[in-house]
Design a protein around this ligand. Structure first.
Ligand code: 3PG
Length: 306
């Protein structure tokens, strides 16, 4: 089969090498498209491919239409809001992710961003310590659980909300269960977001929740920028000069927010949560193995468009 690795934001070379080696050993043919600039370039590269490995690359109806031989798309990572699942299903294309494989990298970044904000973005101004503070985790999946464990090791009190998990499961993951968003925000010095971008979550974090945070509250977003209601965020930052926002990937209105709120807001220039050599290797190799297993035995364990 012809497999294309299409990554606008390239994997570490060791990951590309590992992916190639797994796929070629199984008899597949591998090509690479990195740092492409337009969707047209991406579309031109998929014409003859049977499987795709992507990261946050956008697999739209247009891309799928340009790939008549495509059978499988593997998103090397967790979130698959960049893939048009309906269009893929309509065309009989299986879509998978590689859950958990890059989770540790994202969790480490979430902790780093918390400390960065509490240490006033590494300016000499007096900061605070995260030890003894309360962290509220919104969604206790692969990343959320790792953030919780690291935060607990740093002496934080950890609480979590996850409508898909029982209290026992949350406790087993080392956090105190919380049963409403209102309670989570009202009781947390930091709230760390680990929800996917879905029609239900897009724009769902805004004024009403953030205004409940205790004095000095920090919202940490290593999930997706789309889950934030940016107008609500600006309003609450304006009304509450003690609140702060830190994100992996800038909000659309970042320039204006930064100008108005200065060091109370920070965003990474490019999404970098999963950008470690380890995460690239883990997610990339898992993607390659899933492709081999799919074409060998029809293994659809990680399919997300069932
Ligand atoms: C994910 O959903 O796995 C992360 O957001 C990582 O995205 P990336 O592979 O584009 O860095």
């Amino acid at each position: 089969m012809k497999v294309l690795i299409a990554t606008q934001k390239p994997f570490a070379p060791a990951a590309v090498q590992g992916i190639r080696s797994i796929l070629e050993k199984a008899g597949h043919e591998v090509s690479l498209l990195e740092k492409y600039e337009t969707q047209e370039e991406f579309a031109a590269a998929v014409a003859a491919v049977n499987a795709l490995i992507i990261r946050s690359d956008k697999v739209t109806e247009q891309i799928l239409a340009a790939a008549p031989q495509l059978k499988l798309v593997v998103r090397a990572g967790a979130g698959y809001d960049n893939v048009d699942l309906e269009a893929a299903t309509r065309r009989g294309v299986v879509v998978m992710n590689t859950p958990g494989q890059n989770a540790n990298a994202v969790a480490e970044l979430a902790i780093a961003l918390m400390i960065y904000m509490y240490r006033t973005q590494f300016t000499p101004a007096t900061g605070s310590e995260i030890q003894g503070k309360t962290l509220g985790i919104q969604a206790f999946g692969n990343v959320g659980r790792l953030v919780g464990a690291k935060a607990a090791a740093l002496g934080m009190k950890v609480r979590a909300l996850d409508p898909f998990l029982s209290d026992e499961a949350i406790r087993a993951g080392g956090a105190e269960p919380v049963h409403s968003l209102e309670e989570l925000y009202a009781s947390s010095d930091f709230v760390s977001l680990h929800i996917p971008a879905t029609p239900q979550t897009v724009g769902s974090i805004g004024y009403d929740l953030l205004a409940r945070m205790p004095k000095g509250g920090v919202l940490v977003n290593t999930a997706r920028k789309e889950v934030i209601d940016e107008a609500g965020l600006a309003r609450v930052l304006r009304e509450r000069p003690d609140l702060r926002y830190v994100a992996d990937v800038a909000p659309d209105s970042y320039a204006a927010l930064r100008e108005e709120f200065g060091l109370r807001i920070f965003a990474t220039p490019k999404k970098m949560g999963a950008q470690t050599a380890e995460a690239n290797v883990n997610a990339g190799l898992a993607a390659a193995r899933q492709i081999v297993s799919y074409f060998e035995s029809g293994d659809v364990r990680f399919q997300v468009n069932k």
